[in-house]
Design a protein around this ligand. Structure first.
Ligand code: BDP
Length: 685
């Protein structure tokens, strides 16, 4: 098994009595209408049932009075579900998938297949489900030259030089995988956007992708380069003198461009914009605000259904500023000023996709502006393609966090799904972890992160455990003890990574490569691009004081949150060093001093990777040998790298803490210099 089929494997069901029961209920497929999306649904059911049941199931044009089959019906008579939801129920011995829209039927078809793939009974089948968020999308950081920013699974899936004439069959499989989760949008290019994608030449290529995705209910979006009017110009002008969003010519340029895009892609999803962030151009270059920039694009989009997604990932190179506070400071004053077509897309945490961050204080603080959430699936800060980190617990930790903005229970999820502030647009985005590797995600187990993101974008109330259990059964094995073991392994993997990488609220111990440990890194053109800026280790202690005596970033949270986190005695240990500079000798609730606690986490985290390896060995008989060997190899690398992380941290911090490594842990058998030399290899060009 090379992993290509993802969770849509459809291998034969081994249990014959179960297979027979399913077969009796799946003698034919019939739909009450035809359309490209309905065809995708019947095709998938046919393919899935062929694999699972080992028989070909006919698609009939009408069911007549026949029973024992699967009926697909688009009907308004489904009060319990929303536009894209589905209901699956037994009726006169048929399994009926009902939905208000074709897309709903497609999602229902995938849900039925999932039901069979996970081996559940169908006798009294009743399922109803509706997506809680409207725009469920992947963001690809893919460049036109075929590379992927922060991609660890090969090159881009999009073969720009072959498009639009040559359509890689993989595009369709990509669409199937997304549709199986309910993902209904994809931004095909990097937020650090090339203007190239906005040329007629490339729009034809993008349109060819859109044609493949459309029958799967997926809309295409583009990241746009804000200075494109200057760079590209149009047929009559080589390039405008400005990209000022208040300049009438610039506004006209975007209106024309948006019209042109719709000539190629009539159902174009919209724009994603990274502006005035990390050197990208934006409205502030002309003394305008983010709202001015976003509203200009919204105006261009007015005749169409598309949206403008404006990212809140901004921070200035101010040596005295706390980067944590930047997005809140820049965006909250603009609340109420954005056009209704604009959605502001906020990263889950205030800094940047760290292994563990508190939720971004923007959530709950922009009641008049729809806020979408952005998670990162690609493991930029989670060990690239060699560390096994199941991310659902990370996503859930943020979604379930309570902002208290309208009293207890005002979770981030309720902000994002619109129920708290009544947003009209709702959005969840995941920075994709896919690439041209045969198994899509580099680390085969990272497929679970794509899967988990899609499932949570559909329904954020699902638990990490339920999602892991589904994914394992569909992708790896249905042998019960193996399922239990692997699910448990997945669920623990993120905390294990955090323990050896950035425990207790440490963050960003990187500079050059977001992979090799560099907590000592202190030289950079910007202070907030050094590691020492984040951990602030000194002879007294470690951590970033964000209380009133420090940067006071905590003031951006509601009093209930602030009070808990502002007091080092009540601040949860996983967030402690995010908010406090804690003395090395301080006794913690665990009974250990800070230094001892940190060491304990570094050591047990690294040791736990051995445990992961043992668990993986245990499940070997239940797993495809090729898949098993691939993961086993990566776990061995992870084990070596976890020790490297541990050694880097403890040896470096020991110079400040000046304390021995506590028993029973043994001091590293190398010096800090050894580790630095090793790291330097990874920093070489
Ligand atoms: C950071 C990445 C950088 C991205 C940036 C972003 O290092 O490559 O461009 O986020 O989200 O995490 O814009």
């Amino acid at each position: 098994d090379d992993g290509y089929r993802l969770w849509l494997k459809y291998d034969p069901i081994a249990n014959t009595s179960q297979r027979d029961a399913y077969s009796r209920s799946a003698q034919f497929i019939a739909a009450n209408k035809t359309s490209p999306i309905i065809k995708s649904a019947t095709d998938e059911l046919q393919m899935g049932l062929q694999g699972l049941l080992g028989k070909s199931v006919p698609v009939l044009t009408g069911a007549g009075n026949r029973t024992g089959g699967i009926l697909l019906e688009v009907t308004a008579n489904t009060p319990e579900i929303n536009e894209e939801g589905y209901r699956i129920a037994k009726r006169q011995n048929n399994i009926v998938i009902s939905a208000k829209t074709d897309a709903g039927v497609l999602y229902g078809a995938f849900a039925l297949l999932r039901h069979l793939q996970t081996g559940q009974p169908i006798e009294q089948l009743t399922l109803a489900s509706s997506p809680k968020v409207k725009l469920r999308m992947l963001n690809h950081w893919d460049n036109p030259n075929g590379t992927i920013e922060r991609g660890y699974a090969g090159g881009s899936l999009w073969k720009w030089y072959e498009l639009p004439e040559t359509i890689d069959p993989r595009y369709k499989d990509y669409a199937r995988a997304n549709a199986s989760l309910g993902i209904n949008g994809t931004v095909v290019n990097n937020v650090n956007a090339s203007p190239r994608l906005l040329t007629g030449e490339y729009l034809q290529k993008v349109a060819a992708l859109a044609d493949v995705f459309r029958p799967y209910g997926i809309k295409v979006y583009l990241s746009v380069y804000f200075a494109a009017p200057k760079t590209l110009g149009d047929r009559t002008r080589p390039g405008l003198k400005t990209s000022d969003p208040l300049d009438p010519q610039v506004r006209q340029w975007w209106a024309d461009k948006t019209k042109e895009i719709h000539q190629y892609i009539p159902d174009f999803g919209g724009f994603l914009v990274k502006a005035n962030s990390e050197g990208e151009p934006g409205p502030q270059d002309y003394g305008r605000t983010h709202a001015d920039g976003a509203n200009m694009l919204a105006e261009a989009m007015k005749p169409y259904n598309g949206v403008v997604i404006w990212r809140a990932f901004v921070y200035k190179a101010d040596p005295k500023a706390d980067r944590f506070k930047a997005a809140y400071e820049e965006f909250t004053p603009l609340d109420g000023q954005f056009d209704p077509k604009v959605i502001v897309q906020v990263k889950n945490g205030p800094i940047d996709f760290q292994p563990r961050e508190p939720f971004s204080p923007l959530f709950g603080n922009m009641p008049k502006t729809p806020l979408g959430i952005e998670f990162q699936l690609t493991q930029e800060y989670l060990g690239f393609a060699t560390h096994l980190v199941y991310e659902a617990p990370l996503f859930k930790e943020c979604l379930d966090a309570d902002t208290y903005v309208k009293g207890k229970g005002s979770t981030v999820a309720k902000v994002v799904d619109g129920s708290l502030h009544g947003y009209t647009h709702t959005l969840m985005a995941g920075v994709a972890n896919t690439g041209s590797d045969r198994n899509w995600t580099g680390h085969p187990m990272a497929q679970s992160n794509w899967y988990a993101f899609g499932r949570l974008a559909w329904d954020h109330t699902l638990t990490s455990e339920v999602i892991a259990d589904e994914w394992v059964k569909m992708t790896l094995t249905r042998e019960p003890t193996a399922v239990k073991r692997i699910t448990n392994l997945l669920l623990k993997s993120r905390d294990i990574y955090v323990d050896y990488n950035t425990p207790m609220g440490l963050s960003r111990p990187w500079a050059g490569v977001h992979f090799a440990p560099e907590p000592w890194q202190s030289k950079s053109p910007r202070p907030d691009w050094t590691a020492v800026y984040y951990h602030r280790a000194d002879s007294i202690g470690i951590g970033f004081d964000r209380t009133a005596s420090g940067s006071n970033a905590l003031a951006q949270y509601q009093p209930e949150v602030r009070q808990q986190w502002a007091n080092p005695e009540t601040c949860p240990l996983p967030y402690l060093l995010w908010f406090h500079h804690v003395p090395w000798t301080k006794k913690l609730s665990t009974g250990r001093s800070l230094w001892d606690e940190l060491c304990t986490r570094f050591y047990t985290g690294a040791d736990s990777v051995r445990w992961m390896q043992q668990e993986w060995t245990q499940v070997k008989p239940a797993i495809d040998p090729v898949f098993h060997a691939d993961v086993a190899g990566r776990l061995a690398t992870q084990q070596r790298e976890a020790i490297w992380w541990r050694d880097a941290w403890v040896l470096y911090l020991q110079e400040y803490a000046r304390q021995p490594i506590p028993a029973p842990f043994k001091k590293p058998d190398r010096t800090l210099e050894d580790v630095k030399q090793l790291v330097n290899i990874y920093l070489m060009r």
